[in-house]
Design a protein around this ligand. Structure first.
Ligand code: FE2
Ligand code: FE2
Length: 258
């Protein structure tokens, strides 16, 4: 039954990847956007690395401490790989890009620890969260690698990072089963629900941004029109050119600052 569930989940993941492939191809096609996204990924990976160093500091488990430090070193290396490739792509651009749109919600990077407070989590909750985060990163990076046929160096970067993410995904699951043999399934479900909630919040924030922009545009073209007309009318009533300053104001001007 467990094997059957895993097969269904794998199948659904393959379907999702196939459905999103045209979207990812479009997102990664533009060189400037590709560079910006890689630089953003570098920041997230470096953030994740710092959080893992903190996790290594606070864990009482010596095995986890060693693994977290190895993991942190990997994330730091990923940050360096993404940063170098992003910078190299920026150097190939003839003119700076004007659009800053990165389409992060269509093609996210590794989520890192999503601003979790490491000190408030025990090892098993942290491992459950890390496992899901690494799994999602491995799935996303595999999709990005698949649409990168025209950019072999970036494809190679994703290939290399992907190998590490697959290892992170496996070790976090095996350590979770070791640290919490009875509760590891329920902890994974709790972490899944937490990620779902954060996904909903991200979506809600993105929608609020879109609707906010839409409402402000409508207000600009409706509510501000009468004020613009009044300002134009006032401008027409002003005589053109320079106006003489009154003699009273002119004489006093040298005695005061304004
Ligand atoms: Fe990573
Ligand atoms: Fe990772």
């Amino acid at each position: 039954m467990k094997g059957c569930n895993a097969n269904v989940a794998d199948f659904l993941m393959q379907v999702m990847r196939a459905l999103l492939r045209p979207v990812h191809r479009w997102v990664w096609l533009d060189t400037a956007r590709r560079a910006r996204k890689l630089l953003r990924f570098a920041e997230t990976e470096a953030d994740g690395g710092r959080d893992l160093v903190r996790a290594a500091e606070v864990t009482p488990d010596p095995v986890l401490r060693r693994l977290f430090l190895f993991h942190a070193r990997d994330e730091q290396r990923h940050a360096e790989l993404f940063r170098r490739r992003g910078a190299a792509l920026l150097c190939t651009l003839s003119a700076p890009s004007r659009s800053g749109y990165r389409a992060d919600w269509l093609a996210p990077g590794e989520r890192g620890l999503d601003d979790l407070r490491i000190e408030e989590l025990d090892d098993s909750a942290l491992l459950a969260f890390l496992h899901l985060s690494e799994k999602s990163a491995a799935t996303d990076f595999a999709s990005y690698r698949d649409v990168m046929q025209r950019d072999p160096p970036t494809r190679a970067v994703f290939e290399e990072v992907l190998r590490d993410e697959a290892y992170h995904m496996k070790y976090t699951l095996s350590q979770l089963a070791r640290v919490s043999p009875q509760r590891h399934r329920s902890l994974l479900w709790r972490a899944r629900l937490g990620r779902l909630w954060k996904g909903y919040l991200r979506l809600a924030i993105a929608l609020a941004g879109v609707f906010g922009g839409l409402i402000l545009t409508i207000l600009y073209f409706t509510l501000l029109v009468p004020f613009a007309c009044l300002a134009k009318r006032a401008a027409w009533q002003e005589p053109p050119g320079w106006l003489p300053v009154s003699s009273e104001r002119n004489n006093a001007s040298l005695d005061r600052q304004y």
